[in-house]
Design a binder for this molecule. Structure first.
Ligand SMILES: CC(C)=CCC/C(C)=C/CC/C(C)=C/COP(=O)(O)OP(=O)(O)O
Ligand SMILES: [Zn+2]
Length: 438
């Protein structure tokens, strides 16, 4: 039987060839001026668009009234990726606003006085971590957030988005991501989360929002990142996941969110962002592939059916409890040191071309695709995806990014992110130090 590795590599090769051909066809048709303008990241225009958005936040987003912590995160994270800081007044206003979104009983709502919600809690916490500094970080009431997370925990193992709300993979990710980055993740919160996510991996290989639904990029990122953070990534069928994921990069060079749908700039992160995670769990992938070659059953609980004793360092599975000797709250930090030996399984230059040529607005901001309007959500996730593409060839956080990894001039280079939390790496380290000191 042909090895699944060979299949992935072969398909990857075909994909690369067709994309390279397609992009030169597209790019070659642009007038020379447009080529040089568009291939460059319009850094100043993006900064202006984002800063204007942040200034207008208190008054101009009535239609997104329940999403204002998200707007803070999308804008602040985009600015941080562009290595741009905000002035003291804007920073103070953002901290003050987010503090007013914090529920006295724990968690953050979509606006002051609104019911706490896991998605806006994730957004608020990531926004404050992105701002950094004593005022922002100490404004987060971790004890109350822990209580809120306990209240959202459902007997199935999953989490509800809010009181009486939906139970899905997004809720698992936002709860686990917040708990992990704030150093409050424990066995009680983790109990059966892995089984819930496992029940959402579909026959296609990707992950859906809830059992029985369709695999989708947004939920796939959430599911994979959560499984790593709870040390259970080996329970997923990783070769199946890679197969699904690699086929989501289309001939337009961008990613689609699900089979037979159109590509969209935001999936540059939701799909593209899974690859740097997979690169760090290569030994678990190899183990699952070896199990297939051995004729062993490569079930979703691969570690349990392994015929070998060679269980990889990362992702040992112990249901309901942390693996002995593993501190759950250290996984996100240790993950950064896990060795990267495989090359990315997608075409990172082609994706940068899609982002810069098709998603970028010359006047600032990014969008789904040509013909659509720019918005802060797409700006955040296109820039996050662009950063992933540029840094994916670097083996560790200290090795420099080579010019050939960056599409366009080297000045296009963005700050690196922590792949599991999607916050700028430097901001992550500051938060880690702050929340682990006693
Ligand atoms: C951290 C966090 C809260 C993550 C959210 C993840 C995320 C983006 C989920 C996507 C949800 C979804 C099914 C969109 C489909 O939209 P569509 O039908 O308009 O788009 P499509 O045609 O591209 O599938
Ligand atoms: Zn989109």
């Amino acid at each position: 039987m042909e090895s699944p590795v060979a299949t992935v590599t072969q398909r990857d090769q075909w994909m690369v060839e067709s994309q390279v051909f397609r992009i030169y066809e597209l790019f070659g048709n642009l007038p020379p001026k447009a080529q040089s303008v568009m291939i460059e990241l319009q850094r100043d225009s993006h900064i202006e668009y984002l800063t204007r958005g942040l200034r207008g936040l208190p008054s101009s987003f009535c239609v997104l009234d329940a999403n204002r912590p998200w707007l803070c995160y999308w804008i602040l994270h985009s600015l941080a990726l562009l290595e741009e800081s905000v002035d003291d007044e804007l920073e103070h206003n953002a901290i003050d606003f987010l503090s007013r979104c914090q529920d006295p009983e724990g968690g953050y709502g979509g606006g002051p006085g609104q019911m706490p919600h896991l998605a806006t809690t994730y957004a608020a916490v990531n926004a404050l971590i992105t701002l950094g500094g004593e005022e922002a970080l100490s404004s987060i009431n971790r004890g109350k957030i822990y209580k809120f997370l306990q209240q959202m925990k459902h007997p199935s193992g999953g989490f509800r988005m809010h009181d009486g709300g939906e139970i899905d993979v997004r809720a698992c990710y936002t709860a686990v991501s917040v708990a992990s980055i704030l150093n409050i993740l424990d066995d009680e919160l983790v109990h059966n989360v892995g089984s819930f996510i496992l029940s959402c991996q579909t026959y296609e290989g990707g992950i859906s929002g809830e059992p029985g639904a369709e695999a989708h990029g947004g939920y796939t990122f959430c599911g994979v990142a959560t499984m790593v953070l709870i040390n259970q990534v080996n329970r997923l069928d990783l070769p199946g996941l890679i197969d699904w994921l690699t086929f989501r990069q289309g001939k337009e060079c961008g990613f689609q969110g699900r089979t037979n749908k159109l590509v969209d700039g935001c999936y540059s992160f939701w799909q593209g962002g899974v690859f740097p995670i997979l690169q760090r769990v290569h030994s678990t992938i190899d183990e699952q592939l070896a199990l297939r070659d051995d004729g062993g059953q490569c079930t979703k609980d691969g570690a349990q059916t392994s015929t070998t004793s060679n269980i990889s360092k990362e992702g040992k599975f112990f249901e309901g409890t942390a693996s002995p000797g593993v501190n759950l709250n250290d996984i996100g930090y240790d993950f950064l040191k896990w060795p990267v030996i495989s090359e990315p399984l997608f075409h990172s230059i082609a994706l940068q071309q899609y982002i810069l040529l098709c998603s970028q607005e010359e006047k600032g901001g990014m969008k789904d695709k040509p013909g659509k309007s720019r918005d802060f959500y797409h700006t955040c996730y296109c820039l996050s995806g662009l950063s992933v593409c540029q840094h994916i060839w670097s083996n560790d956080e200290d090795s420099p990014v080579l010019p050939r990894a960056v599409m366009g001039p080297y000045s296009n280079l963005l700050e690196p992110i922590h792949p599991l939390f999607n916050v700028v790496l430097e901001k992550y380290h500051e938060a880690r130090e702050f929340f682990t000191r006693d």
